[in-house]
Ligand binder design. Structure first.
Ligand SMILES: Cc1ncc(COP(=O)(O)O)c(C=O)c1O
Length: 396
């Protein structure tokens, strides 16, 4: 137990083991009673107490703490190099917990490309209803943070690579500027995952995830995660996690924990397949621009090469034929499924302007209408390539 809050316990991260070992074992001792090697799904909502207020095994009520959730929290915290990890019912509820610990009137500086739902949460829910201000900043120029910073500024929020434009921001340079100003840096690490990028090591204060994506990895669980080494923030988060109650079910935690075991092998294949697809897209006449940080021509390539182990499975591209061409491409694939979300074993394709990023229309974060985003899965890459090529032939 840490600090003054009895709910807050820091995880000892077994850093002597490699990433792949921790993905499978961290936080998951063999079941004490049966020797089972898989963490049980602990469905009990309440736990026996020895005397009033003194739980037998540290657990009292499942919203407050649950053994399956704790195993999952310990595992992902370990992968992010964090002492504290908190699982939430969705990526947005994880983000919401971070916004809730800001006092009304605080300002958030936001990278000028981000998931539409994040912008909606900051701008419409916390902005209009709880008095948080937000300003979009071009974070490719970290010095611009100083110009946008006001006495009310508290937090810089960034994705890297971003959704859906695949921009890359220098986490170390941004953290240096923000720390000089006395602020906190939050990195949404959903696209990169801790396997490819560890923001806390690069100076960020907090990592957030939509665990619905690569962490779960199979399109069968919605979840969110926050990891940090900052004890006072962790105290706020554990309080909010329990007081608000946006927690994942034990079954959701089991699914995410099962998914994360294969994160390294899945990510290797996502990256390999994406690189081959990028080469094909670059050669296709219907495509005007490919956005992928692994390309030397990408403006963020050098930063990505420095702060990421590989370049990920997300690719966006723009079509010469505009919005109608984009619509024709996304409706003509067979192996790629036209659907929202990303980061799972199956390949998905979407049109961000009218799907995932509709909520940023008219804002500084608006996305081009000729943009297509693909989440490259781990199927046979030859099938993915021929599917995309035949769909691009419909671009007109
Ligand atoms: C980068 C990013 N962050 C956060 C979220 C929100 O996560 P969730 O859908 O799990 O609430 C998403 C969802 O697509 C996302 O892509």
């Amino acid at each position: 137990m840490m600090g003054g809050d009895p709910l807050l316990s820091g995880f000892e991260s077994p850093t002597e083991f490699g990433f792949e070992t921790r993905a499978i074992r961290a936080g998951q001792p063999h079941d004490q009673r049966t020797g089972g090697v898989v963490t049980p799904i602990s469905m009990s909502t309440t736990f026996a107490q020895d005397s009033p207020g003194v739980p037998k095994n540290g657990y009292e009520y499942s919203r407050t703490g649950n053994p399956t959730r704790h195993a999952y929290e310990a595992c992902v915290a370990s992968l992010e190099g964090a002492k504290y990890g908190f699982a939430f019912a969705s990526g947005l509820s994880a983000e919401d917990a971070l916004f809730r610990q800001l006092t009304p009137g605080s300002q958030i500086l936001l990278g000028n490309d981000a998931y539409g739902g994040t912008f909606r949460l900051i701008d419409s829910v916390h902005g209009k209803k709880s008095g948080l201000a937000n300003t979009a900043v071009d974070l490719t120029q970290p010095e611009q943070i100083k110009e946008a910073w006001t006495p009310e500024s508290r937090m810089v929020w960034l994705e890297t690579p971003t959704n859906p434009m695949l921009s890359v921001f220098d986490i170390r340079a941004i953290s240096d500027v923000v720390h000089e100003l006395g602020g906190v840096v939050v990195v949404d690490n959903t696209f990169a995952t801790p396997y490819l990028q560890q923001p806390l090591d690069l100076g960020a204060d907090v990592v957030v995830h939509s665990a619905t994506k690569y962490i779960g990895g199979h399109s069968d669980v919605v979840g969110g995660f926050v990891a940090t080494n900052n004890e006072s923030l962790a105290e706020d988060l554990v309080y909010i996690q329990n007081a608000v109650g946006a927690i994942p079910s034990p079954f959701d935690c089991y699914l995410a924990l099962r998914g994360v075991k294969t994160l390294p092998v899945r990510m290797d294949r996502h990256c390999e397949n994406a690189q081959q697809i990028v080469a094909v897209l670059n050669d296709h006449d219907a495509v005007s621009q490919v956005l992928y940080p692994g390309m030397k021509e990408h403006p963020g390539h050098e930063i990505a090469a420095k702060q990421m182990k590989n370049f990920g499975g997300m690719v966006s591209f723009r079509l010469k034929g505009g919005q109608s061409a984009a619509e024709r491409v996304v409706t003509n694939t067979e192996v790629f499924t036209l659907a929202e979300s990303l980061g799972a074993v199956e390949s998905l394709i979407e049109h961000p302007g009218v799907m995932t990023h509709l909520s940023v229309a008219g804002s500084a974060l608006e996305v081009p209408d000729d943009l297509v985003r693909i989440s490259v899965g781990i199927e046979s890459v030859s099938d993915l390539v021929s599917d995309l090529v035949q769909a691009l032939d419909h671009a007109g």
